[in-house]
Design a protein around this ligand. Structure first.
Ligand code: ADP
Length: 642
């Protein structure tokens, strides 16, 4: 069997995604690998495929118990022998699993890092042929990352104790240069194949909304997406409770999750969500890492997160199956206050010096600032995100709320010059309120106290409203003509770009939405057809959607019987593809994306029968348009011949 056979047989796919093959080939040739790919890009396959082709066992280190459980469940369902070893098992169970593992019963073993150098695990590792050691969420090894876990350092000790060094593979979605270097250096990767794939997730629609009442927005959105699975992230436990209750009051099947709940309650909540019994999850950021639910169709942020790293990771939990999905951030200026408060009250890390802690605080402040600009920018949101993560190439978007909105553009260079002059004249010592008040020529007590009326710029924009002046200042901030200091005073400072504006070398254009952004862009989002695929309702006709619902019900039933999540049976994408192809026999069914040999053996006939019952045993065209699917490619042609 080669890698394509494995891909089709166990995973049901016919083509590798960007970057997967490079990493698989490198690992198979005995080289260490470092894969940096966004959430949902398909990192797991990069070590699961080699694991099945290598002679011995692959050990996968993963920080989260829920992740291990999910992955092992999915692997076993695909016909791959796998097990996990972590604190959710009793010592007796662990001993049993390790002895089975030592007999070579499993190809893949997931383990928590703290397990590695226990005598039992070491004994097992010495006895078997260890082909590959995979470090998932590898950024946890970097002290500079956001999720440093000291237990990850045990991996290094583990490798040192092994007689023979296996291939080491490290995977993460965190892309910063420092974290990348840390991983490579701390893990001691040898001449690794490093692969950083594009961070663009084409199937995700990004939107920033500023609704007057967030609760109304959420309720309307969730109702419009009834039957779909989604996550609503809130900044605080209090918000989680409130949003959860407001949804339950309207009979929406929601679950909630935050660190204030007991572990049993959290576990039940999570399972309710994963099994689609309660497809809407309201949670703090404590929820989600390692949740591999592929059919999350939307992620709403009720509050702005603290950084784009956090945002992209959380929003990225939408659409892991590659189907069009939406990421909506609800912004209000209050979120800035909540986040500043949270950052100010964040505990210092006792392992760092005061200086290092100060550096961390400053970095957090800068990250928050960039997050705020994301919420305020009128430019393409996708491009903003990708630029933040260091991608400079041009992107084709047309799939974010700003690209979908119509803007009026106004040249505000004259006003910008006045703003810059005012900031310079007042000694760069004030924040946005004082500067706006000065330009307005306002007569507030605070301004009198500062004596700003003596400046020439006092009242120089008196024909404008305060809101307009602030909007212009915000534009200058997003253009990085101005910056704000990272302390609680948030003083406005000029950058080198301010000189270019002052000398009329750089025009400043203000973009303002032409119409009500809330209503219209939500609609635009729904209309939005992503570059990578059409929304199900745009692809399937009414009969097609009807068949989809039947297949979905069948999937739920089968999943319940075996107590596994529905998406482990088949993904939404697979069901959609079945509705398009209406397979009537095994050969045709195996052409459906996500249907491999094992999956077919487990569920194939039930789905074939359901399709035949629906179409009367005949082929039926259940989709709009000509041919919805691409012709076979070189990689998958052999399966089309079968
Ligand atoms: P990551 O770990 O990078 O966040 P996963 O490994 O969980 O992502 O993969 C995300 C989804 O993409 C899974 O549902 C997986 O089955 C699917 N996937 C991975 N590789 C392919 C592929 N080559 N073709 C189609 N789907 C794929």
């Amino acid at each position: 069997m080669d890698k394509y056979d494995i891909l089709k047989k166990y995973f049901g796919y016919t083509e590798f995604r960007e970057g997967q093959e490079i990493l698989i080939d490198a690992a198979l040739s005995g080289r260490d690998v470092l894969g940096i790919m966004p959430t949902g890009a398909g990192k797991s396959l990069c070590y699961q495929v080699p694991a099945l082709l290598m002679p011995g066992v692959t050990v996968v280190i993963s920080p989260l118990i829920s992740l291990m459980k999910d992955q092992v469940r999915a692997l076993n369902d695909a016909g791959i022998h796998a097990a996990y070893i972590n604190s959710s098992l009793t010592e007796g169970q662990i001993a049993k699993a390790l002895s089975l593992a030592a007999e070579g019963r499993y190809k893949i073993i997931y383990a928590a890092p703290e397990r590695l150098i226990t005598p039992g695990f070491l004994d097992f590792a010495m006895r078997v042929e260890l082909s590959m050691l995979t470090v998932d969420e590898a950024h946890c090894i970097s002290q500079w990352g956001q999720d440093f876990r000291p237990s990850y350092l045990k991996i290094v000790q583990f490798v040192e104790r092994l007689g023979r060094r296996p291939v080491i593979g490290a995977f993460t979605a965190t892309a910063t240069e420092q974290v990348k270097e840390d991983i490579s250096c701390v893990l001691g990767l040898r001449d690794p194949e490093i692969l950083v794939t594009g961070f663009d997730r084409k199937n995700l629609y990004f939107a920033v909304e500023t609704p007057k009442r967030k609760d109304d927005f959420v309720l309307r959105y969730v109702r419009e997406h009834a039957g779909e699975s989604g996550i609503i992230y809130c900044a605080t436990r209090k918000n989680v409770d409130a949003v959860y209750e407001s949804l339950c009051a309207k009979n929406i099947p929601a679950a909630k999750y935050h660190a204030g709940m007991g572990s049993e309650e959290r576990k039940i909540s999570q399972e309710e969500f994963i099994f689609d019994n309660r497809p809407v999850m309201v949670a703090t950021n404590a929820f989600g890492m390692g949740i591999d639910k592929s059919n999350v169709r939307y992620v709403i942020h009720y509050n702005m997160p603290q950084s784009l790293e956090n945002y992209y990771q959380e929003a990225g939990r939408a659409g892991r199956d590659g189907e069009p999905s939406e990421c909506v951030l609800l912004y209000s200026p209050q979120d800035v206050m909540i986040n500043r408060f949270l950052l100010e009250n964040k505990e210092s890390n006792a392992e760092y010096t005061e200086e290092e802690n100060e550096a961390v605080r400053e970095r957090d402040g800068e990250r928050l600032q960039k997050m705020i600009y994301y919420c305020m920018t009128a430019d393409c949101l996708r491009e903003y995100i990708l630029r933040y993560f260091g991608e400079r190439r041009a992107v084709v978007c047309d799939n974010c709320s700003n690209c979908k909105k119509e803007f009026t553009e106004t040249d505000i260079t004259e006003e910008a010059v006045k703003i810059i002059f005012c900031i310079r004249e007042t000694g760069q010592r004030y924040g946005i309120n004082v500067i706006a008040g000065t330009l307005l020529g306002d007569d507030r007590a605070k301004l009198r106290e500062y004596g700003v009326s003596r400046f020439t710029s006092y009242g120089s924009l008196n024909g404008r409203t305060e809101a307009e002046i602030k909007q212009m200042i915000n534009r200058l901030l997003t253009e990085q003509i101005l910056v704000q200091t990272q302390d609680k005073y948030a003083l406005l400072k000029l950058t080198a770009r301010a000189d270019e504006v002052a000398w009329h070398e750089r025009p400043v254009i203000l973009k303002a939405p032409k119409y009500n952004p809330v209503k219209e862009s939500a609609a635009a989002g729904r209309r939005g057809v992503s570059a990578s695929g059409k929304r199900r309702s745009d692809l399937l006709n009414t009969r097609g959607l009807e068949l989809f619902d039947r297949l979905r019900a069948l999937r739920t039933g089968l999943a319940k019987e075996q107590s596994i999540p529905p998406y482990v049976v088949f993904s939404d994408k697979t069901l959609t593809d079945m509705c398009v192809r209406t397979p009537l026999n095994k050969e045709e069914m195996l052409l459906v994306t996500g249907v491999g040999e094992t999956k077919f053996a487990n569920y194939g006939n039930e789905f074939l029968q359901a399709i035949a019952a629906f179409t009367g045993g005949k082929k039926e065209k259940l989709y709009y348009g000509e041919s919805a699917f691409a012709e076979p490619t070189a990689a998958n042609r052999k399966y089309f011949r079968k």
